[in-house]
Design a binder for this molecule. Structure first.
Ligand SMILES: [Fe+2]
Length: 179
């Protein structure tokens, strides 16, 4: 690889793979989550991701290039992390909390990737591509915000706070015995 154009195409192929993998992964998140509002959010997110894939394909058309099958190791790793978590046989409750975090991580990854791509497209004078990439970027940012709102609202049922409250009391008892 020598030219900026080759690099741009390489990065677009990676992004196409990201979006394709996420369409599938979001289907899994939807199926696994137990809270209806989460299921709904993941389903909507999946549809949005299909649109992102479509926009990336549109850029290839604009540039008169053909997409090539590639494997984005970054997003593949995040998906593997989620699969590994399932092997821990989490409770429904904790799985919901995990899934919100998993979606946030992949959104953050996409946001960084799209920011770089927007910059590259702008520098290279590909105005239409930059515009399509910015549209995807904006939607990723909105979805991340939505996930952050969920993470403030959806907490593990047993947060562990009960234990922390008990401990100082126990310590006090011990101290009063010693005195
Ligand atoms: Fe996306």
């Amino acid at each position: 690889m020598q030219t900026a154009h080759e690099f741009f195409i390489h990065e677009l192929n990676e992004m196409l793979d990201v979006e394709q993998r996420l369409v599938e992964a979001l289907g899994e998140l939807e199926a696994q989550s137990s809270r209806p509002e989460l299921k709904k959010a993941f389903a909507a997110h999946r549809q949005q991701t299909e649109k992102h894939e479509e926009r990336v394909r549109q850029i290839f058309e604009e540039l008169e290039e053909t997409p090539e099958q590639t494997e984005c190791k970054g997003i593949k790793g995040l998906i593997e992390e989620a699969h590994a978590f399932m092997e821990e046989t989490p409770s429904e409750d904790l799985l919901d909390v995990f899934n919100i975090g998993a979606a946030s991580k992949s959104e953050s990854y996409e946001i960084c990737a799209y920011k770089s791509l927007v910059q590259l497209a702008t520098d290279m004078g590909h105005r239409k591509a930059a515009q399509l990439l910015k549209q995807n970027l904006r939607e990723e940012e909105q979805t991340l915000k939505k996930m952050e709102t969920f993470s403030k609202k959806i907490k593990p049922e047993q947060s562990g706070m009960e234990e922390e409250e008990k401990q100082p009391a126990r310590r006090r008892t011990r101290r009063s015995k010693a005195a």
